[in-house]
Design a protein. Structure first.
Length: 378
């Protein structure tokens, strides 16, 4: 059997990883400034994480959600503390798309409404509802097409107000990434998020913060929406939550209730997933990784804005987009093949950095020197 062809891939085979570095099967070392697409939050093979997963696997790896799993309660308590959302409720699932799917379903059930506001260039996942609120025609099948979704221009407060004024009674939810990731690292302004919050209050719609990529400390705060001082009704999370183990979740404000059995999943919140997620939160706290993300991220941004041939640098913490002139679409390839540095792509001329939150200043310097050398000669 062949693999179903879904991703364009290069020929590098990753064989092992440690901290912010990976090695290929020939022993070549690479700096990982992509974190496996924002998934590696505490570093590859972080020792406490490995130990906790190993110990859990020896005890019990899985039993179904028909029994109480104290690790889930422990995780909810820790997550409440770290995020400052102690009165919220946690539902555990397995991926970002699944988290958004459940958030949208819950918002619709809670309000009894069908319409959702989403934004241009958004990315929320590839399952049915998640893809319906994603502005990327490439990933839509006919079955995902629905006229319940209203796409508004990013940061357009007037369009948002007009839509609520005309259809507010039908709007179940607004879904927004605090920092758009796949769309090119676009930071939502504080005033835009505050406007969404106040309109959702007025019309009793549900504010869903997609924190799958920009959440979990990456932006330098636990949720990037925290910069605006607003509380979303639902936050969706995945990626960095398990540092590579598939864990997703949604945290739900206390006033939002579900009917019994509406949300559920066989694997969500299993023993191993909880052990992984708990280890991640412990390491984030012990190593002060949210502060580190803020400091090292700002250090990178401050340097890159001074580099030649840089059009714009966007982002917060360790979620950074570097926009180059369109003629410089080859820079990422040069970083990878000449300098052995993995980065991500938003558009061919936008380099996306999503490294581990444990990235050290000396690791950042390796990237900065390489990027500077390429741009200087471009
Ligand atoms: N939301 C955002 C903001 C994302 O960036 C992604 C993945 N790129 C998803 C949702 C979907 O997550 P998953 O691939 O785990 O389903």
């Amino acid at each position: 059997m062949k693999l179903f062809d879904v991703y364009p891939v290069n020929d590098i085979i990753i064989d092992k990883g440690q901290g912010s570095y990976v090695w290929d099967d020939k022993g070549q070392k690479y700096l990982d400034m992509y974190g496996g697409h924002a998934v590696i939050s505490i570093g590859h093979t972080q020792p406490n994480y490995v130990k906790r997963l190993e110990e859990q696997l020896h005890k019990v790896g899985f039993y179904s959600n028909s029994v109480r799993i104290p690790l889930q309660v422990e995780l909810a308590a820790k997550l409440g503390k770290v995020s400052g959302k102690e009165d919220y409720q946690l539902f555990l699932c397995n991926s970002g798309a699944e988290a958004n799917e459940n958030a949208l379903k819950l918002a619709s059930f809670h309000t009894g409404r069908k319409k959702v506001i989403a934004f241009r260039k958004s990315f929320h996942g590839r399952t049915s509802l998640a893809v319906a609120v994603t502005d990327n025609p490439k990933i839509v099948a006919p079955i995902n097409q629905t006229d319940h979704v209203i796409f508004l221009p990013w940061e357009d407060q007037a369009a948002l107000e007009k839509t609520f004024a005309e259809q507010g009674q039908d709007i179940a939810a607004v879904i927004i990434e605090g920092i758009q990731g796949v769309g090119g690292i676009n930071v939502a302004s504080e005033s835009f998020l505050q406007k969404i919050r106040s309109l959702c209050n007025t019309y009793k719609s549900v504010y869903i913060a997609d924190a799958v990529q920009c959440g979990y400390g990456r932006s330098g705060k636990f949720f990037s929406h925290d910069y605006a001082g607003v509380n979303a009704d639902i936050y969706t999370m995945a990626k960095g939550m398990g540092n590579g183990f598939p864990v997703g979740g949604i945290i739900i404000a206390p006033h939002i209730q579900s009917s019994y059995g509406m949300l559920g999943t066989t694997f969500g919140g299993n023993h191993l997933a909880c052990a992984a997620a708990l280890a991640v939160l412990e390491v984030i706290a012990q190593e002060q990784l949210i502060q580190n993300a803020l400091q090292v991220g700002q250090y990178i941004i401050d340097q890159v804005v001074t580099f030649p041939n840089v059009k714009e640098v966007r982002g917060r913490g360790l979620m950074i987009g570097i926009e180059l002139p369109e003629s410089l679409a080859h820079v990422r390839k040069e970083l990878l093949f000449t300098h052995k540095i993995f980065t991500g792509e938003a558009k061919p001329n936008v380099i996306r950095l999503l490294p581990s939150l444990a990235l050290r200043k000396e690791d950042a310097d390796i990237f900065l020197q390489a990027l500077h050398a390429i741009l200087k000669n471009s």
